[in-house]
Design a protein. Structure first.
Length: 264
Protein backbone atom coordinates (compact mmCIF):
# COMPACT_ATOMS: atom_id res chain seq x y z
CA UNK A 1 0.00 0.00 0.00
CA UNK A 2 1.34 3.40 -0.97
CA UNK A 3 2.05 5.67 2.01
CA UNK A 4 1.50 9.36 1.21
CA UNK A 5 3.48 10.41 4.28
CA UNK A 6 6.50 8.27 3.39
CA UNK A 7 6.64 8.19 -0.41
CA UNK A 8 8.83 5.72 -2.26
CA UNK A 9 10.73 6.85 -5.33
CA UNK A 10 8.69 6.08 -8.45
CA UNK A 11 10.42 4.38 -11.36
CA UNK A 12 10.37 6.09 -14.75
CA UNK A 13 7.62 5.28 -17.25
CA UNK A 14 9.19 6.69 -20.44
CA UNK A 15 6.86 9.69 -20.38
CA UNK A 16 9.19 11.74 -22.60
CA UNK A 17 10.80 8.93 -24.59
CA UNK A 18 12.88 10.19 -27.49
CA UNK A 19 12.63 13.86 -26.49
CA UNK A 20 15.50 16.30 -25.96
CA UNK A 21 15.50 18.46 -22.85
CA UNK A 22 17.12 21.72 -21.69
CA UNK A 23 16.93 22.61 -17.98
CA UNK A 24 18.21 25.81 -16.36
CA UNK A 25 19.70 25.93 -12.85
CA UNK A 26 19.94 22.14 -12.86
CA UNK A 27 23.28 21.57 -11.12
CA UNK A 28 22.91 20.33 -7.58
CA UNK A 29 20.43 18.53 -5.35
CA UNK A 30 17.42 20.79 -5.82
CA UNK A 31 14.39 20.63 -8.10
CA UNK A 32 16.44 21.31 -11.23
CA UNK A 33 18.91 18.53 -10.51
CA UNK A 34 16.08 16.13 -9.74
CA UNK A 35 14.32 17.13 -12.98
CA UNK A 36 17.49 16.39 -14.94
CA UNK A 37 17.79 12.91 -13.44
CA UNK A 38 14.10 12.26 -13.89
CA UNK A 39 14.17 13.41 -17.53
CA UNK A 40 16.69 10.71 -18.36
CA UNK A 41 14.75 8.12 -16.34
CA UNK A 42 11.65 9.10 -18.32
CA UNK A 43 13.36 8.31 -21.61
CA UNK A 44 14.86 11.61 -22.77
CA UNK A 45 17.26 10.91 -25.63
CA UNK A 46 19.58 13.81 -24.77
CA UNK A 47 19.93 16.52 -22.13
CA UNK A 48 21.58 19.90 -21.59
CA UNK A 49 21.71 21.42 -18.11
CA UNK A 50 22.86 24.93 -17.26
CA UNK A 51 23.93 26.73 -14.11
CA UNK A 52 26.01 29.70 -12.98
CA UNK A 53 28.39 27.59 -10.86
CA UNK A 54 31.05 26.01 -13.08
CA UNK A 55 32.36 23.46 -10.58
CA UNK A 56 28.91 22.31 -9.55
CA UNK A 57 27.84 22.09 -13.19
CA UNK A 58 30.78 19.91 -14.19
CA UNK A 59 30.18 17.65 -11.20
CA UNK A 60 26.47 17.30 -12.01
CA UNK A 61 27.11 16.41 -15.65
CA UNK A 62 29.62 13.75 -14.60
CA UNK A 63 27.22 12.33 -12.00
CA UNK A 64 24.34 12.19 -14.48
CA UNK A 65 26.49 10.37 -17.01
CA UNK A 66 27.68 7.87 -14.41
CA UNK A 67 24.25 7.39 -12.90
CA UNK A 68 22.43 6.84 -16.17
CA UNK A 69 25.16 5.34 -18.32
CA UNK A 70 24.43 7.91 -21.02
CA UNK A 71 27.00 10.11 -22.74
CA UNK A 72 24.56 12.50 -24.38
CA UNK A 73 24.43 14.87 -21.40
CA UNK A 74 26.02 18.30 -21.68
CA UNK A 75 26.48 21.29 -19.40
CA UNK A 76 26.64 24.98 -20.31
CA UNK A 77 27.28 27.93 -18.03
CA UNK A 78 24.51 30.51 -18.22
CA UNK A 79 23.39 33.52 -16.23
CA UNK A 80 19.74 33.98 -17.20
CA UNK A 81 20.04 37.68 -16.35
CA UNK A 82 22.24 38.11 -19.43
CA UNK A 83 20.47 38.06 -22.81
CA UNK A 84 23.66 37.13 -24.69
CA UNK A 85 24.24 34.14 -22.40
CA UNK A 86 20.62 33.05 -22.80
CA UNK A 87 20.92 33.10 -26.57
CA UNK A 88 24.26 31.27 -26.39
CA UNK A 89 22.75 28.57 -24.17
CA UNK A 90 19.84 27.96 -26.51
CA UNK A 91 22.10 27.95 -29.59
CA UNK A 92 24.42 25.45 -27.86
CA UNK A 93 21.46 23.26 -26.91
CA UNK A 94 19.94 23.38 -30.38
CA UNK A 95 23.26 22.19 -31.82
CA UNK A 96 23.97 19.46 -29.27
CA UNK A 97 20.41 18.16 -29.08
CA UNK A 98 19.48 18.55 -32.72
CA UNK A 99 16.68 20.83 -31.55
CA UNK A 100 15.21 21.38 -28.09
CA UNK A 101 11.90 19.56 -27.62
CA UNK A 102 11.40 20.53 -23.96
CA UNK A 103 12.63 23.55 -22.00
CA UNK A 104 12.31 23.56 -18.22
CA UNK A 105 12.85 27.00 -16.70
CA UNK A 106 14.01 26.29 -13.17
CA UNK A 107 16.28 29.28 -12.48
CA UNK A 108 15.10 31.39 -9.56
CA UNK A 109 16.38 33.25 -6.55
CA UNK A 110 14.80 33.70 -3.14
CA UNK A 111 15.81 35.60 -0.01
CA UNK A 112 13.93 36.58 3.14
CA UNK A 113 13.45 40.20 4.16
CA UNK A 114 10.56 42.41 5.19
CA UNK A 115 9.54 44.88 2.52
CA UNK A 116 9.92 47.86 4.83
CA UNK A 117 13.65 47.10 5.18
CA UNK A 118 14.30 46.07 1.57
CA UNK A 119 16.59 48.00 -0.77
CA UNK A 120 15.81 48.40 -4.46
CA UNK A 121 18.88 46.33 -5.29
CA UNK A 122 17.60 43.39 -3.22
CA UNK A 123 14.20 43.56 -4.91
CA UNK A 124 15.77 43.85 -8.37
CA UNK A 125 18.08 40.88 -7.90
CA UNK A 126 15.24 38.48 -7.14
CA UNK A 127 13.04 39.87 -9.93
CA UNK A 128 15.89 39.76 -12.46
CA UNK A 129 16.72 36.08 -11.92
CA UNK A 130 13.27 34.70 -11.17
CA UNK A 131 10.97 36.65 -13.49
CA UNK A 132 13.17 38.29 -16.11
CA UNK A 133 15.31 35.18 -16.43
CA UNK A 134 12.27 33.02 -17.07
CA UNK A 135 10.97 35.60 -19.54
CA UNK A 136 14.26 35.74 -21.47
CA UNK A 137 14.50 31.95 -21.76
CA UNK A 138 10.84 31.63 -22.73
CA UNK A 139 10.99 34.47 -25.26
CA UNK A 140 14.04 33.19 -27.09
CA UNK A 141 12.94 29.55 -26.98
CA UNK A 142 9.57 30.56 -28.44
CA UNK A 143 11.36 32.31 -31.30
CA UNK A 144 13.51 29.26 -32.01
CA UNK A 145 10.63 26.80 -31.76
CA UNK A 146 8.44 28.94 -34.00
CA UNK A 147 11.14 29.17 -36.66
CA UNK A 148 11.88 25.45 -36.49
CA UNK A 149 8.20 24.68 -36.95
CA UNK A 150 8.12 21.37 -35.06
CA UNK A 151 6.33 22.47 -31.90
CA UNK A 152 7.64 21.96 -28.39
CA UNK A 153 6.98 22.32 -24.68
CA UNK A 154 8.06 24.85 -22.06
CA UNK A 155 7.61 24.18 -18.34
CA UNK A 156 8.19 27.01 -15.87
CA UNK A 157 8.88 26.73 -12.15
CA UNK A 158 6.53 29.07 -10.27
CA UNK A 159 5.51 28.89 -6.60
CA UNK A 160 2.39 28.83 -4.48
CA UNK A 161 3.62 32.19 -3.18
CA UNK A 162 2.37 33.57 -6.48
CA UNK A 163 -1.05 33.02 -4.92
CA UNK A 164 -0.37 32.96 -1.20
CA UNK A 165 0.97 35.60 1.18
CA UNK A 166 4.00 35.05 3.39
CA UNK A 167 5.99 37.55 5.44
CA UNK A 168 9.45 38.50 4.16
CA UNK A 169 8.63 37.16 0.68
CA UNK A 170 7.14 40.16 -1.15
CA UNK A 171 9.89 40.22 -3.79
CA UNK A 172 9.86 36.46 -4.39
CA UNK A 173 6.05 36.27 -4.39
CA UNK A 174 5.82 39.15 -6.87
CA UNK A 175 8.35 37.44 -9.13
CA UNK A 176 6.56 34.09 -9.02
CA UNK A 177 3.15 35.72 -9.61
CA UNK A 178 4.78 37.29 -12.65
CA UNK A 179 5.98 33.86 -13.82
CA UNK A 180 2.39 32.62 -13.57
CA UNK A 181 1.05 35.54 -15.61
CA UNK A 182 3.88 35.15 -18.13
CA UNK A 183 3.03 31.46 -18.50
CA UNK A 184 -0.65 32.14 -19.21
CA UNK A 185 -0.05 34.94 -21.71
CA UNK A 186 2.87 33.31 -23.53
CA UNK A 187 0.87 30.08 -23.83
CA UNK A 188 -1.83 31.83 -25.89
CA UNK A 189 0.77 33.21 -28.27
CA UNK A 190 2.73 29.96 -28.53
CA UNK A 191 -0.36 27.85 -29.24
CA UNK A 192 -0.39 29.36 -32.73
CA UNK A 193 2.82 27.49 -33.59
CA UNK A 194 2.17 24.25 -31.70
CA UNK A 195 4.06 25.01 -28.48
CA UNK A 196 2.58 24.35 -25.04
CA UNK A 197 3.61 26.37 -21.98
CA UNK A 198 2.63 25.42 -18.42
CA UNK A 199 4.05 25.86 -14.93
CA UNK A 200 4.39 23.94 -11.70
CA UNK A 201 3.84 25.81 -8.42
CA UNK A 202 5.57 24.04 -5.55
CA UNK A 203 4.84 24.84 -1.93
CA UNK A 204 7.61 23.62 0.37
CA UNK A 205 9.96 21.17 -1.35
CA UNK A 206 12.69 19.72 0.81
CA UNK A 207 16.24 19.89 -0.49
CA UNK A 208 19.61 20.26 1.26
CA UNK A 209 19.92 24.02 0.65
CA UNK A 210 16.54 24.73 2.21
CA UNK A 211 17.16 22.48 5.18
CA UNK A 212 20.51 24.17 5.75
CA UNK A 213 19.36 27.80 5.35
CA UNK A 214 15.82 27.94 6.75
CA UNK A 215 15.11 28.07 10.49
CA UNK A 216 14.01 24.68 11.80
CA UNK A 217 10.95 26.13 13.53
CA UNK A 218 9.77 27.77 10.29
CA UNK A 219 10.19 24.52 8.35
CA UNK A 220 8.26 22.62 10.99
CA UNK A 221 5.46 25.21 10.87
CA UNK A 222 5.22 25.10 7.08
CA UNK A 223 5.27 21.31 6.95
CA UNK A 224 2.56 21.08 9.61
CA UNK A 225 0.21 23.08 7.36
CA UNK A 226 0.45 20.56 4.55
CA UNK A 227 -2.25 17.91 4.29
CA UNK A 228 0.31 15.11 4.45
CA UNK A 229 2.20 16.79 7.28
CA UNK A 230 5.42 16.95 5.29
CA UNK A 231 7.24 18.85 2.58
CA UNK A 232 7.31 17.53 -0.97
CA UNK A 233 10.40 15.64 -2.06
CA UNK A 234 12.14 17.43 -4.92
CA UNK A 235 11.56 14.42 -7.16
CA UNK A 236 7.81 14.72 -6.57
CA UNK A 237 7.94 18.22 -8.05
CA UNK A 238 10.07 16.90 -10.91
CA UNK A 239 7.42 14.25 -11.56
CA UNK A 240 4.84 16.98 -12.20
CA UNK A 241 7.28 18.72 -14.53
CA UNK A 242 7.67 15.48 -16.49
CA UNK A 243 3.89 15.11 -16.75
CA UNK A 244 3.58 18.67 -18.09
CA UNK A 245 6.42 18.01 -20.53
CA UNK A 246 4.86 14.79 -21.79
CA UNK A 247 2.13 14.05 -24.29
CA UNK A 248 -0.11 13.05 -21.38
CA UNK A 249 -0.76 16.78 -20.93
CA UNK A 250 -1.37 17.37 -24.65
CA UNK A 251 -4.48 19.50 -24.02
CA UNK A 252 -2.96 21.60 -21.22
CA UNK A 253 -1.47 25.01 -21.90
CA UNK A 254 -1.36 28.18 -19.84
CA UNK A 255 -2.04 26.17 -16.69
CA UNK A 256 -0.40 26.35 -13.26
CA UNK A 257 -0.29 23.02 -11.42
CA UNK A 258 0.25 23.29 -7.69
CA UNK A 259 2.14 20.60 -5.81
CA UNK A 260 0.85 21.99 -2.51
CA UNK A 261 -1.72 20.27 -0.38
CA UNK A 262 -1.95 23.10 2.12
CA UNK A 263 -5.50 23.88 3.20
CA UNK A 264 -5.01 27.23 4.90
Amino acid sequence: MYDVKNPQYVEGKNLIAGKSVLITAAAGAGIGGSAAKRAIEEGARALVISDVHEGRLEKSVAELKELTGKDNVWGKLCNVCDEDEVQALIAFSEEKLGGVDILINNAGLGTSKELIDMEDSEWDKVIQVTLYGTMRMTRHMMRVMKERGEGGVIVNNASVLGWRAQKEQAHYAAAKAGVMALTRCAALEAAEFNVRINAVAPSIAMHPMLRKSAPADLLAELEAKEAFGRAAEVWEVANVMMFLASDYSSYLTGEIISTSSQRA
